[in-house]
Design a protein around this ligand. Structure first.
Ligand code: AMP
Ligand code: ZN
Length: 158
């Protein structure tokens, strides 16, 4: 069961009952663009089953969420967003400034020399062309999958 669907905006997003620009999903989690991005491509990875904080989160699901965040950070490097790096951040609890009580991993792309645009992004938190941005991230995910297949084929040929 997906818990708290009616009360929790991220449960509603996971269930397809609230709008979001999704870039990836599987049975356990989904990833979508942050509505108030700090940088273009700022993405959130959430478990589909409600967990408010780390204390409520199944450790295997947590590992799966981190793996997805890791893949997204690599995919965004390969995408047209051409990131050079990323912040992977999880604010656990209100003491850590968690504002949405459904656990989420932030993936925030960084580029060399982006200090000023990051500072502006932190202040303005403006959406930036979400459809094009999501399409670029999905293309980056496909590029990563193609690389994985190519290296698996090479490996099997010895
Ligand atoms: P945190 O401070 O770690 O709890 O971050 C919550 C994040 O969720 C913020 O970056 C918000 O911009 C983002 N957010 C809140 N509501 C939505 C929504 N409906 N769709 C996408 N992102 C959201
Ligand atoms: Zn929830």
């Amino acid at each position: 069961m997906v818990g708290g669907v009616n009360d929790c905006v991220f449960c509603r997003i996971a269930a397809g009952q609230a709008p979001a620009t999704k870039v990836y999903e599987d049975d356990t989690l989904c990833a979508f663009l942050d509505i108030r991005p700090i940088a273009r491509g700022h993405t959130l990875v959430i478990p589909k089953r409600h967990a408010s904080e780390l204390a409520d989160l199944d450790a295997e699901v947590g590992a799966h969420i981190f793996r997805a965040g890791h893949r997204l950070a690599l995919a965004i490097r390969r995408s047209d967003l051409a990131a050079d790096g990323a912040h992977l951040v999880l604010n656990d609890g209100t003491a850590a400034f968690q504002t949405v009580p459904h656990i989420h991993l932030h993936v925030i792309p960084r580029r060399h020399g982006d200090k000023l645009s990051m500072a502006a992004g932190l202040l303005l938190r403006r959406p930036r062309d979400p459809q094009t941005t999501a399409a670029a991230i999905r293309a980056g995910i496909s590029a990563l999958e193609n690389e994985d297949e190519t290296s698996a084929e090479k490996g099997s040929k010895g």
